[in-house]
Ligand binder design. Structure first.
Ligand code: PGA
Length: 243
């Protein structure tokens, strides 16, 4: 196995600053980089820091492209819990990134296969993902790639695991309002990124983080595939670090 570069930080705020350093370094050397972006609670301190640095003139987003990992099926871009809306609220509306340079899977698509193929094609047209940001679910999902008997290659539709629906109900009025399906980049899409940045905070993620890098590689814990990625940086806080 290829061990990731591991950076252990004190708390989520420090994770945000250290992860922002990774983005700042990339954008300085490649101003039109393609960023693979993630939603969820974990990246919020990172996005706060990126907005701050953009406003201070330290990071220029005007030529940056971005492709998000996933989107709920059936949610419109302006639905309060859609991942498009999350990205607008936490990053895009506060930096100079051009709307046409940001893509999130279309939750309302009527032609799933065509939407997924076009998503992959756009990533390829932009030269591939330079830096893929990832959080991790308690079941080891990355993007919305849930435990399965194989590693799905490309952007596709998924049925969400019960554990994921439970974990995400906090954002909705009730568990019944959580969409049961989503669109996500595949494991192959993620593994094709030149560099992967996994951010993990909180004691509740300690056990899944241990399994991810120090357990057997299996599609039952999708994040374990990262053991085979040649350029992974893990930033975790002390609470999540398994040792
Ligand atoms: P979280 O989600 O950051 O809200 O814990 C992570 C994930 O489900 O990938």
């Amino acid at each position: 196995m290829i061990h990731p570069r591991i950076i252990v930080v004190e708390n989520p705020e420090e994770m945000g600053a250290v992860a922002a350093d990774q983005f700042e370094a990339l954008i300085q050397t490649k101003p039109a980089a393609l960023l693979g972006l993630a939603t969820g609670s974990t990246p919020i301190p990172l996005y706060r820091e990126l907005v701050k640095r953009a406003n201070e003139g330290k990071i220029d987003f005007s030529r940056i492209r971005s492709a998000n990992l996933d989107e709920y099926k059936g949610l419109s871009p302006d639905h309060p819990q859609s991942y498009r809306k999350f990205m607008q609220d936490h990053l895009f509306d506060h930096v100079s990134i051009k709307p046409e340079n940001t893509i999130v899977p279309d939750g309302l698509t009527e032609d799933v296969d065509a939407m997924c193929a076009a998503y992959e094609a756009q990533i390829e047209a932009w030269g591939g993902v330079d830096l893929q940001l990832l959080g991790i679910g308690h079941d080891g999902h990355i993007g919305f790639n849930e435990p399965d008997d194989h590693f799905p290659a490309m952007t596709h539709e998924v049925k969400l695991a019960e554990m994921t629906i439970e974990a995400n109900k906090r954002f909705f009025d009730s568990v019944d309002d959580v969409p049961k399906a989503a669109f996500t980049m595949g494991i192959g899409t993620i593994m094709a990124a030149r560099k992967v940045l996994l951010i993990v905070t909180g004691a509740d993620k300690k056990e899944i983080l241990r399994q991810t890098f120090w357990g057997p590689v299996t599609p039952q814990v999708p994040a374990t595939i990262l053991q085979f990625h040649p350029n992974v940086v893990l930033i975790c806080d002390k609470a999540a670090y398994p040792f």
